[in-house]
Design a protein around this ligand. Structure first.
Ligand SMILES: Nc1ncnc2c1ncn2[C@@H]1O[C@H](COP(=O)(O)OP(=O)(O)OP(=O)(O)O)[C@@H](O)[C@H]1O
Ligand SMILES: [Mg+2]
Length: 140
């Protein structure tokens, strides 16, 4: 998954991938040290066990995604990016509607926006899908 905080990744994953994929996210261990290394270890183990895996993080930059792409390649797994391309304003609005720890600081969303590079097949994905909210669809 690729997309800003509040864009709707976790909801999309629940609706589209959770039935068939093991869902891994650093959010599952908010207080752990070395969450990145831990996440890679968990993905590695799941792929080794033959599972399909979705990584539900913001994954904004090439350097965030490269280790996951490499991991998939090592296991001979096809690797797909699902980019939730949701306007910043809508992400902030959705984030503001969340409760407790799920609501993240606005500066965090802005920092991710500044780092975000749209995923492409050139960095190694076999497939890239872009999901845009229906409220952005314009009549022809
Ligand atoms: N398609 C949608 N339409 C309306 N509201 C949505 C939609 N998708 C998600 N939301 C709402 O927006 C909020 C953020 O969604 P979600 O938690 O899935 O975002 P996220 O991308 O996983 O964020 P984070 O990176 O912080 O985990 C939630 O309250 C969710 O219910
Ligand atoms: Mg989420």
């Amino acid at each position: 998954m690729v997309g800003l905080q509040g864009c709707g990744k976790s909801r999309w994953v629940r609706e589209h991938l959770a039935p068939t994929h093991a869902v891994v996210s650093k959010d599952h261990w908010p207080n752990a040290r070395r969450r990145e290394a831990r996440q890679q270890r968990v993905v590695d183990e799941l792929l080794a066990a033959g599972r399909d895996v979705v990584v539900d993080n913001t994954n904004p930059a090439l350097e965030d995604r490269a280790p996951l792409i490499a991991l998939a390649r090592r296991h001979g797994a096809a690797v797909r990016a699902v980019h939730l391309d949701v306007p910043l304003e809508l992400c902030l609005q959705r984030n503001a509607g969340r409760k407790g720890r799920a609501r993240v600081p606005v500066v965090g969303v802005l920092a991710t926006r500044n780092r975000l590079v749209a995923p492409s097949t050139e960095e190694g994905f076999d497939r890239v899908d872009v999901v845009r909210p229906p409220e952005q669809v314009r009549p022809a």
